[in-house]
Write a protein that binds this ligand. Structure first.
Ligand SMILES: NC(=O)c1ccc[n+]([C@@H]2O[C@H](COP(=O)([O-])OP(=O)(O)OC[C@H]3O[C@@H](n4cnc5c(N)ncnc54)[C@H](O)[C@@H]3O)[C@@H](O)[C@H]2O)c1
Length: 352
């Protein structure tokens, strides 16, 4: 078995690699990444890529087709991965997340790859806090990032066939510890605030709904999607991944973190404009199709692992929203230094 994982050097990637290495000890795991966040390591052990057989540094927009030789399955994580970056860099976001993703799937199908797992997002439901959305509910993407996932899914569906099984995992918002931690995710932000300064500052009015999932449970879902029997669902499957127990309103989430880390103060911006990105999601289909792969890590455990991890690296930065733990800050900094151009391509200036 040979599995290619694109975007393996991000936040979710290290958990996916760990899981696949444990489940398929003899598989050849190939990583491909631009390495934007290569030096944002938060592990205290070795680099996460030590579990990979071959690591490529490449751009999925200029995907070297030879890499697909002998590949059985692709886990496609590579993306510009949040709304703030997508809002500022809309064209690049659509080029990477949408056009290059569809192009990669087409190349993969021609090369005889049999399985394609796409990291999609529940954010495609947009403003949807009345009834929990199912996979058949109308989509309402509000941002370039969410649109990129909708457009990609739409063009992936007709590519699926008996020999090319595609699973689009519409993930809840990720949380939890990672060897390349991000703090631009709601629960991670709250725990970081609590640990660094004993304070959680909610930027919205606290009412939006968000489903959450621990990164390790994302990895379990990816593992399921790689091996899912085609008889379980059609050649193309889009499925919400998360659990009913993890549909939270932001203010409840903050209060839960404050209870878990005593002494934490929560402040809500009562004057904030309402955040339209509010969605409740129904996970019945995932429960039915993948009973043995349901999310197993809850809120308390996720808070605890984040707290332990942050304390373990001596994290004390109360100003972390301006730090390297935010993906937008890294990309902006690399551009400022002239290392990345406006299309997020490496300039290789030091090599000249
Ligand atoms: N984190 C979440 O809450 C969440 C939720 C739902 C879905 N997802 C999806 O899961 C995937 C992984 O998310 P993440 O949180 O690890 O994001 P991340 O930003 O931490 O990692 C993305 C990785 O993709 C790489 N990459 C970006 N553009 C590339 C390109 N042109 N060529 C090659 N590599 C490139 C980056 O270098 C990075 O290592 C993304 O597709 C994201 O949209 C994430």
């Amino acid at each position: 078995m040979k599995i290619l994982i694109t975007g393996n050097m991000g936040y979710v990637g290290p958990s996916v690699v760990k899981r696949l290495r444990a489940i398929h000890p003899d598989a050849t795991l190939v990583g491909l990444d631009m390495g934007y966040y290569g030096n944002c390591i938060t592990s205290t052990g070795g680099v996460p890529e030590r579990l990979i057989n071959v690591q490529y540094f490449a751009d999925i927009r200029q995907f070297p087709a030879a890499i697909l030789d002998g590949v059985d399955a692709i886990v496609h994580l590579a993306a510009i991965s949040n709304d703030p970056i997508g809002n500022k860099f809309e064209k690049v976001t659509l080029d990477i997340n949408y056009r290059a993703s569809v192009d990669l799937a087409k190349k993969a199908k021609s090369a005889g790859v049999k399985v394609f797992v796409f990291a999609s997002s529940c954010s495609m439901y947009g403003s949807a806090d009345d009834n929990a959305r199912t996979e058949n509910s109308p989509l309402n993407p509000l941002t370039a990032y969410a649109k990129s996932k909708v457009f990609t899914e739409r063009e992936l569906e007709p590519l699926a066939s008996g020999n090319f099984k595609i699973t689009s995992l519409r993930f809840s918002t990720a949380c939890g510890w990672s060897d390349r931690l991000r703090l631009d995710l709601v629960l991670n932000d709250f725990v970081a605030g609590a640990v660094a300064s004993g304070r959680i500052t909610i930027l919205s009015d606290g009412t939006p709904w968000r489903p959450l999932i621990n990164v390790q449970d994302m990895a379990r879902a990816i593992d399921w999607a790689i091996s899912r029997d085609r008889s379980i669902a059609s050649d193309f499957l889009a499925v919400n991944v998360g659990s009913d127990a993890w549909n939270y309103q932001i203010r409840d989430l903050a209060e839960a973190v404050a209870r878990a880390i005593p002494g934490t103060l929560v402040s809500i911006n009562k004057d904030a404009q309402p955040d339209k990105r509010s969605y409740r999601v129904n996970f019945d289909l995932f429960k039915k199709l993948a009973p043995a792969y349901q999310p197993a890590i809850g809120l308390a455990e996720s808070v605890q692992e984040l707290k332990t991890g942050l304390e373990g690296i001596g994290f004390r930065d109360g100003d972390f929203r301006s730090s390297k733990y935010m993906r937008l800050n890294i990309l902006t900094e690399l551009q400022k230094k002239g290392l990345l151009n406006e299309k997020f391509e490496w300039m290789n200036k030091e090599a000249i």
